[in-house]
Design a protein around this ligand. Structure first.
Ligand code: PEP
Ligand code: MN
Length: 673
């Protein structure tokens, strides 16, 4: 065998191994995706990705590999990973779908469809149609599950025909895909640019390359159905006088030569495609999302400004605003609008509702994953990860119409930007398998403090057997006296994690200081802010920067407004996974440890979309009162309770008098379920 053949064989073998490793890597990425889905974690973990890339580049340097190319390869792998995890969190429902695209094999729509669906399905079929209309009709009539249609090119602008067709059709936008457009001048092998008399391509592409085409003397341009079909025509006609503008991929498919690359000549050129389906989807709220709407507005001064303000004042960015002449020649103007945010986000919903009042008609075309954000570089995202402090004057307190009597203008009311509950929505906060706020009643149980391995093991087993869904346990204890047991600290956290893993329960534990937050967030599934720290604003901001759900306890002397403002602190940092916990307040009454304010539950439900938990243990201080108060909590509409238990209450190091036994907990849960 020739030397070069042997070397090539070695290379082939290595490439196969690389592919095996890539397949394994994607498998693990999937596994992590499932964990993120179960634990309600963000897909975009920019800190982690940045750390990964840094460490990979260090390793590359040691191996004398080009950092530039290794970075490119790994950035693509990270994108592949994010797309894979997106498909787990927001799965498509059709199995073996038929995907319509406009044009022929090798066209940019075909490339976009292949990129989007090859991450989600191993068996999908692609069908090319002549026109956008045909592709959409195939979806609305049910013959195809999806259509992939171009929405916007970075140089040529919007594909108006597609926008109008989608707006008129009963279909929804369920996704978007972005691909770089590498436009090449292609012709028969051996042909020169000077041989060309006619150049075929898609009309938008001819427009994109106008500057280059202007430099060619005496060459005619002719619009063709799509770039790949233009290349196919040049191949079929076999004339050296014909050229086409098409992708590198189409040139390869048609055995054509590339005469000139990158002829749009303006550097980066991308096209964004919409994925169309018959039914809308909802996007998991851990993914960056966009919402498209179409509104018909009366042609009157100031109407458009009020629409723009309705979104702007609520901090919602409009990524695209395109006016279209009304189809029926009426005095209405149609606007296609893309909003940054999830259609199910209460603030966005409220904004859309207020626009509906002004518009003649409004239709939500769909909510879908924001591809540019999902695929952008970690470094770009880091800069945007923390939003500036919300402008407190931007949004007024949102009250439910009819539920609160009209007030005379008085002192300025507090401003809630994230908390408010304008139209009855409830947010769901996912902790392990439990979805707080989903309409089911959940129980968090565990000892006041983690004391030793045996005590915790027994308590965790009892909690699991009784039907609790989250294990609690304090490791940093906020004790009134500095001489009382202060908790086991990090050792306690390790024990709690082990018990959680052993009994398959997510764990919640209190953080008392900002320095603890990062490390506790690595091990705990949910972080608790204790009553005494409800207004520790630095701590609230710190937990707001994690991606862990937060159990926020009401302060002993805190009003409901103050509790909601504390939640605002957390959410203003981007963490919306907050469960509010009523745990009793200090009143003149001394018969109980605190006075459980059960009326706070329905009041909070009126005022906020966040799930509500009640802690009867700390309110009561005595175990005999725990069950009646828990029943009351359920009756007034709490989503969950948190209860303290102990395998040996008489010898508990902390809060023994209020701890339930295993049997008492089991009876209570059985009664409440
Ligand atoms: C606790 O739940 O462990 C606790 C100390 O409660 P609180 O902060 O409500 O007093
Ligand atoms: Mn306690």
């Amino acid at each position: 065998m020739k030397k070069i053949d042997a070397a090539r064989q070695n290379l082939d073998r290595l490439d196969s191994q690389l592919l095996d490793i890539l397949a394994k890597r994607i498998e693990i990425v999937r596994e992590i995706g499932e964990i993120k889905a179960n634990q309600g974690l963000q897909v975009l973990d920019v800190q982690r990705e940045r750390a990964l890339l840094t460490s990979i580049l260090e390793k590359a340097e040691k191996r004398h590999l080009s950092q530039h190319f290794v970075a490119q390869i790994f950035r693509q792998m990270i994108r592949y990973g994010r797309n894979t995890q997106e498909s787990i969190l927001t799965p498509l429902t059709h199995e073996s779908p038929v995907v319509q695209y406009q044009g022929t094999r090798g066209a940019f729509s075909w490339l976009a469809a292949r990129k989007y669906f090859s991450v989600r399905h191993t068996d999908f079929r692609m069908a090319g149609s002549h026109t956008y209309q045909e592709a959409i009709d195939a979806v609305s009539s049910g013959t195809s599950a999806y259509a992939v249609l171009p929405l916007e090119n970075s140089l040529a602008g919007s594909f108006h025909e597609v926008i109008d067709l989608v707006a008129k059709s009963p279909c929804s936008i369920v996704g978007e895909e972005i691909i770089p457009i590498d436009l090449c001048l292609v012709a028969l092998p051996g042909a020169q640019v000077s041989d060309l008399e006619v150049i075929y391509s898609h009309p938008v592409v001819l427009q994109q390359c106008a500057r280059f085409l202007g430099t060619l003397d005496g060459v005619q341009t002719t619009a063709h159905e799509d770039t790949a079909a233009a290349a196919a025509k040049v191949q079929a006609d076999g004339l050296k006088s014909q050229g086409a503008i098409a992708s590198r991929h189409a040139a390869e498919l048609c055995d054509l030569a590339i005469l000139k690359e990158d002829i749009s000549g303006v550097g980066s050129d991308i096209t964004r495609f919409a994925i169309i389906a018959a039914q809308p989807i909802s996007v998991d709220n851990h993914l960056p999302a966009k919402t498209s709407i179409v509104v018909n507005l009366p042609n009157e001064a100031g109407v458009l400004a009020s629409i723009v303000n309705a979104f702007g004042q609520r901090g919602i960015n409009m990524g695209k605003l395109e006016s279209r002449p009304s189809a029926d020649g009426s005095s209405l103007t149609r606007f296609y609008i893309e909003l940054d945010g999830n259609a199910e986000n209460p603030v966005l919903k409220e904004a859309v509702d207020s626009v509906r009042q002004i518009a003649r008609s409004l239709r939500v075309l769909g909510c879908y994953v924001d591809r540019a954000r999902l695929e952008s570089e970690s470094d770009d995202l880091l800069g945007r990860a923390v939003d500036p402090d919300p402008d407190p004057s931007a949004v007024e307190l949102h009250v439910l119409p009819g539920k609160t009597p009209a007030r005379k203008p008085g002192p300025k009311k507090p401003t809630f930007k994230f908390d408010s509950q304008p139209s009855g929505e409830r947010s769901i906060v996912q902790v392990g398998q439990a979805a707080f706020g989903d309409g089911n009643f959940h129980v968090i149980a565990g000892p006041c403090a983690v004391e030793n391995p045996t005590q915790l093991d027994l308590a965790a087993r009892d909690a699991r057997d009784a039907g609790a869904v989250v294990l609690r346990g304090g490791v940093f204890k906020p004790r009134t006296s500095p001489y009382s047991f202060q908790g086991l600290g990090w050792e306690g956290l390790r024990l709690l994690r082990e018990a959680g893993d052993k009994y398959d329960l997510p764990i919640v534990t209190e953080v008392m200081a900002t320095e603890q937050v990062g490390r506790v967030a690595e091990l705990a599934d949910m972080l608790q802010i204790g009553a005494r720290n409800m207004q520790n604003f630095d701590l609230l901001r710190e937990v707001g920067r994690t991606d862990r759900p937060i159990l926020l306890k009401r302060g002993l002397m805190a009003s409901i407004d103050e509790l909601l403002m504390a939640a605002e602190y957390i959410m203003s940092q981007g963490n919306f996974q907050v469960v509010l916990c009523e745990r009793g307040i200090r009143t003149f009454e001394t018969a109980t440890r605190s006075t459980l304010d059960l009326s706070a539950v329905p009041v909070l439900q009126e005022r906020t979309h966040l799930p509500i938990c009640v802690d009867p243990s700390h309110a009561a201080g005595r175990k005999a009162l725990v069950a009646p108060l828990a029943r009351g909590a359920r009756a007034v509409g709490a989503d969950s309770i948190m209860v303290e238990i102990h395998p040996d209450p008489a010898n508990a190091l902390c809060d023994g008098p209020q701890a339930l036994s295993a049997l008492e907990l089991a009876n209570l849960i059985a009664e409440l379920k």
